[in-house]
Structures are given as structure tokens and as C-alpha cells.
Design a protein around this ligand. Structure first.
Ligand SMILES: O=C(O)c1ccccc1NCC(=O)[C@H](O)[C@H](O)COP(=O)(O)O
Length: 231
């Protein structure tokens, strides 16, 4: 039964706070800064072809820097069950993110190895239509959430935006918006899409240095999200 009192008036603007995932972190100092800035989640990439990829030992150290209530999302591209098992039996991930070509059944099977919830990345290209996203949402009905990203070579982390108007409003309110976000455009993205959360990797890095996060850009991104939320 819906509450008689609208949530936002009951708890104030915090109800509409856009959650923030800072992705592709590989240095402990960046994880500590993400926590200090108020990030809701960090993303660790377990995909060796990516310059942002981390190994199990590195990930254990990075995860140990996290206080309670900050999620650590493990990002995979077409992983084997053995790889999922090796990572999640050692690294205290709170969620998986499948960013490759995995079907719903494959995502479910892989996630069952870890016993964790999972995000499905839906990569949006030039010929994607809203109906395609609605169909994908139905196909991945057991996902713990959808992350809308830009279709780029190399699966993700490409630093390119897609047409945000393609996202149906009914999907946006519980989804993660990703793909080419930065401190200059994330405010517009929030005002136009009203996503549950935003995700960024390239936009908080030193330009041209994939995997090297820039503290100033990290802070500017979070500040831009807070300013957008404040209206
Ligand atoms: O970050 C990567 O290097 C990466 C490699 C392969 C698959 C996915 C990858 N990242 C997934 C993410 O969640 C990124 O944050 C997302 O693609 C947005 O990246 P960016 O456009 O650079 O902000």
C-alpha cells in the first residue's frame, strides 16, 4: 500500500539523492577519497584487457579500505564460473556487474556461484530504440538492477555518452546511468533522466591516462551530482 505522505516530504530532499558509483578504481588512495566524498559504491574491474583491471590481491586491499555501507561492485565481461569463484571467495564484493554478452541464464548461473546480486549492463548503440530496452529489462527480469552504458569497442569504460532520451522513464527511476559522464554533463543527465544512480570511470580520470583517477575530477563529479540534486 503506498504511503499517504509522499516520501520526499516525509524525509526531505535526501529521498531523491542520486546515488554515485565511482568505477575502475585501482589505488587505495582513490578508494579512500571516494569514501570521503560520499560515494555509495565503487567499481573494481576484473577484466584483464582493461587498463583499469585489478587482481585478486589488489582487490582485497582496496576492499579493506571501505567502511560499512559503501558497496563494492565487481565488474566482469563474459567471465568463467571459475573466475567468479576465485574472485568472490577472496574479495568481499557486495554485487556483481555483467558487462559482456551474458544471457540472463548465464548471469543467474554465474551469480549463483558467488551468491550475490548482480547488475546487468545494457550497452546502447546508434540503432538502439526504447522498445529494445524495455525488452531487455524483461529478458533480465532477475537482475538486481540495470546499468545503461554506451556501446563502445572493448565493452565499456569508453568515455562516450549515448542518447539519454532513449531510456524509458519507468526504467530510469531504478537504473544506473553510465557512459561518458563527467562533472560538466552529469547535472544535465540527472535533470533529464532522473536515474536512481550515476556511474563514471573515464570522466574522473586524468585525460588520456585510463585507470589513473584524478582527485579533483572525482570531487568535481560528486559536487555536480549534489548540485543537481539540490535543484
Ligand atoms: O572500465 C572499464 O575499463 C571497463 C572495461 C570493460 C567493460 C566495462 C568497463 N567498465 C564498466 C563501467 O561500469 C564503466 O564505469 C562504464 O562503462 C562507464 O565508463 P565511462 O564511459 O568511462 O565513464
Amino acid at each position: 500500500m503506498s504511503s499517504a505522505v509522499p516520501v520526499s516530504s516525509a524525509v526531505g530532499p535526501v529521498a531523491g539523492r542520486t546515488r554515485i558509483k565511482l568505477c575502475g578504481l585501482s589505488r587505495r588512495a582513490d578508494v579512500e577519497l571516494a569514501v570521503d566524498l560520499g560515494a555509495d559504491a565503487i567499481g573494481l574491474v576484473f577484466y584483464p584487457p582493461s587498463p583499469r583491471s585489478v587482481g585478486v590481491a589488489e582487490a582485497i586491499d582496496l576492499a579493506s579500505a571501505l567502511p560499512p555501507f559503501v558497496s563494492v561492485v565487481g565488474l566482469f565481461v563474459n567471465p568463467t564460473a571459475d573466475w567468479i569463484g576465485e574472485v568472490t571467495s577472496n574479495v568481499p564484493l557486495t554485487m556483481l556487474q555483467f558487462h559482456g554478452d551474458e544471457t540472463n541464464a548465464q548471469c543467474e548461473q554465474l551469480a549463483s556461484v558467488a551468491g550475490l546480486p548482480w547488475l546487468r549492463a545494457l550497452r546502447i548503440g546508434a540503432d538502439t530504440r526504447p522498445a529494445d530496452l524495455v525488452e531487455s529489462a524483461l529478458n533480465y527480469a532477475t537482475a538486481g538492477g540495470l546499468l545503461f552504458d554506451t556501446l563502445v569497442e572493448g565493452y565499456g569504460g569508453g568515455g562516450k555518452t549515448f542518447d539519454w532520451s532513449l531510456i524509458p522513464a519507468e526504467l530510469a527511476r531504478r537504473a544506473v546511468l553510465s557512459g561518458g559522464l563527467n562533472s560538466q554533463n552529469v547535472g544535465d543527465a540527472i535533470r533529464r533522466v532522473r536515474p536512481y544512480a550515476v556511474d563514471v570511470s573515464s570522466g574522473i580520470e586524468v585525460p588520456g591516462a585510463r585507470g589513473v583517477k584524478d582527485p579533483a575530477r572525482m570531487a568535481a563529479f560528486v559536487r555536480a551530482v549534489r548540485e543537481a540534486d539540490a535543484g
